[in-house]
Design a protein around this ligand. Structure first.
Ligand SMILES: *Cc1c(COP(=O)(O)O)cnc(C)c1O
Length: 401
């Protein structure tokens, strides 16, 4: 038993049933966890990953695995993609896309504030390999347009972006990228497929850290890329098999279990985040609150257009952030002072401006001024979880008052 068609089903049904099949041998309703690294074959199978095809049986888990394959199908269904591929982490997925789809002499245009791992990989590793990189504030389409060159092969957006929750217009960026014969890649980790499905807006590939909302419980790392078979196939042959960032089938199984409740969780993340954002906006110690679901967000209109859910990420700024961070580490009762995001538990972390500018973003001139104007000395990045919103507000009130 498996879904006969997916196009007529809703996201809740697809999150639960999409890609899954009961075990043909036992009838088990829950997907089977296959930890085997190797598989017994009854015919000769080429030992080279270059000869992989959709007809190849399971051979070795670094190539493909029955549990991981169900996760990949579920991800592709939620993203309305022809194909999906899972990796050991979000960074393994991002590195796979950047290395497998760019070559020496190519040019990449990328959001100038985003996940620090991606920012540093682009600025250091890609440039060392002879790829030109232009970071731009991608929340203004004109900046992408002005950065395009004859050799631009990829535009990479992160939306909403870390940590200022800037929104980039996917449809507009797709038009610019495609006019220049470049791929548009979107890291949509901060919103999840419940908020935005970038492929339906013209993106060529969508990247997720499964460690965040999609897994949702802070207990399994993973990453994914979804898109057309012509772009995903090379990622399996080159990136997964040769770079080797393969997800553990156990993590794939945990992430699949988490995905069953993704639409429900995202509704609760959004409702809690809105309640916390409104509380923070009214608090006299808080200088600014950034949340795409607030009317005060500079791109609220675009967020409304592009997002079906405003997600649970809220950033805010106040005076003396280091003192407040120290109080949070000592006094928070419910919210954990920890990095990462998208878990059922609420998390908070101070993203210090000097740190991010110095090590990750390396902004200068007007872009640096713009970042400082929004972030001050730093912003607290809150990943609002699924607890009672009143308890989250009381926890924050106790350290702010
Ligand atoms: C966490 C994150 C990543 C990296 O994912 P890992 O699973 O930690 O490797 C990439 N992009 C964004 C937006 C993230 O939040």
């Amino acid at each position: 038993m498996a879904l006969k068609s997916t196009s007529d089903k809703g996201l809740q049904t697809l999150s639960i049933h999409g890609g899954e099949t009961p075990d043909p041998n036992t009838g088990a309703s829950v997907p089977s966890l296959v930890m085997s690294s190797t598989f017994v074959v009854d015919e000769e199978v080429s030992f080279s990953a270059n000869n992989l095809s959709s007809e190849t049986p399971f051979v070795y888990t670094r190539w493909d695995n029955p549990t991981t394959q169900q996760l990949e199908h579920k991800l592709a269904i939620l993203e309305q993609a022809a194909a999906g591929i899972a990796f050991a982490s979000g960074m393994a997925a991002s590195a796979a896309v950047l290395l497998a789809h760019l070559s020496q002499g190519d040019h990449l245009v990328i959001s100038n504030t985003n996940y620090p791992g991606t920012a540093e990989f682009a600025r250091d590793t890609l440039t060392r390999l002879g790829i030109d990189v232009t970071p731009v504030d991608s929340s203004e389409l004109a900046n992408i347009e002005n950065a395009m060159r004859d050799n631009t092969r990829m535009v990479w957006l992160e939306t909403p972006s870390n940590p200022l929750l800037r929104i980039s217009d996917i449809e507009g960026a797709a038009g610019i990228a495609h006019a220049g014969n470049a791929l548009l890649v979107v890291d949509a980790t901060f919103g999840s497929p419940i908020a935005t499905r970038p492929l339906t807006l013209g993106a060529d590939l969508v990247v997720h850290s499964l460690t965040k909302y999609i897994g949702g419980h802070g207990d399994a790392m993973g990453g994914s890329v979804c898109g057309p078979q012509a772009l995903i196939g090379p990622l399996r042959g080159e990136a997964l098999v040769h770079y080797g960032g393969v997800i553990s089938p156990f993590n794939a199984w945990l992430i699949m279990r988490g995905m069953a409740t993704l639409p429900l969780r995202m509704r609760c993340h959004e409702a809690n985040a809105l309640a916390v954002a409104r509380f923070l906006e009214d608090h006299d110690q808080v200088e600014a609150v950034l949340y795409p679901g607030l009317e005060s967000h500079p791109q609220h209109a675009l967020a409304r257009r592009q997002m079906d859910n405003f997600s649970g990420m809220v950033s805010f700024r106040c005076a003396n952030p280091k003192q407040l961070a120290a109080r949070m580490m000592q006094q928070l009762e419910v919210i954990h002072y920890a990095v990462s995001l998208g878990h059922h538990r609420s998390l908070v972390y101070l993203m210090q401006t000097e740190d991010l500018i110095g090590s990750s973003y390396r902004l200068e001139g007007a872009e640096l001024e713009k970042y400082r104007a929004a972030a001050g000395e730093g912003v607290f990045r809150l990943s609002i979880g699924l607890e009672d919103s009143a308890d989250l507000i009381n926890d924050l009130r106790a350290v702010l008052d």
